[in-house]
Design a protein around this ligand. Sequence first.
Ligand code: A3P
Length: 319
Amino acid sequence: GTLEDENDREEFINKLLTLPSRNDWNFPEPLYQYQGFWNFSPYIIGLMLAQKRFQAQPNDIILCSHPKTGPTWLKALAFANVTRSQYDDSTSPLLTKSPHDVVPFIELDAAQGVDNRDLKVPLAATHGPFNSLPTSFRTLGCKIVYICRDPKDAFMSLWHFMTKQIWFPLLSITFEDAFEMFCEGVLVHGPYWEHVLEYWRASLESPEMVLFFKYEDLKTNTSFHVKRLADFMGFAFTPEEEKQGAVDKIIELCSLETLSSLEVNRNGKQRENSMFECRNGLFFRKGKVGDWKSAMTPEMGARLDRIVELKLSGSGLTL
Ligand code: A3P
């Protein structure tokens, strides 16, 4: 890296060391709490770098989420949407690249010293909380799309992801203890409900700026929400396009079935040689609403529901 990189990193590491830290998950390194949310140091450093340097473009649309709530799907849908005049379902880069590789991910790309904007699409993605977004997004009035999900399913999905992640063979926490940590809000990008609430409030305050989605709604009424997404992004489908099946084509291309059967998503990898390295296949599992029941007891489910209900009370949001 450059001298500026080195100086920034040093400054950020010093700052990091003053943050609260915990290691209830028995990870090889602790989680630190930065601007209200827990995470690993490389991610926090990446977020700090992005906050300092990421220069949004005026037309950028930012795809935001907590992990395991559906950003893989959202990225695919948004990309297919904004590029539909350039590519069709036989030429889309989505056929040869993971959805994560067609949309720059601002914190991790910043951490690797690149901005990853080669495909020249007006999209960027982040797991950062609303209040931690680089200021250029807000000064430029960039549009934001947020996706969230039933916290019970998000926890299940996270558990499966973590137990298979290359970096986590050392994960020695039990399922029950991991659940406790989720309930306490101490997890990567947690507390989950705070993450959701920041974006929810922003969407109420500025509906023209923040579009709020639930994974479950996207599953049950895909076509309606894909059109809603396109309208919001400024890429509305024309009646002509609708008649020709453009919406259905995008839904088909971005389906769990189509994407998960592609070679790149079966055997490809991403972020090789970093702690975030993983097989692309890990991002495609069941995609089932209510999958928490496969491993959580009804009592665990009810307990998490109560916690979340309490945290969201008065917000107008239910999950
Ligand atoms: P499950 O683990 O419950 O199956 P993320 O995108 O946040 O990593 O979330 C991954 C979750 O979204 C996983 O949920 C995964 O199966 C599901 N998913 C991934 N791609 C999808 C798609 N194209 N359509 C629907 N769900 C998808």
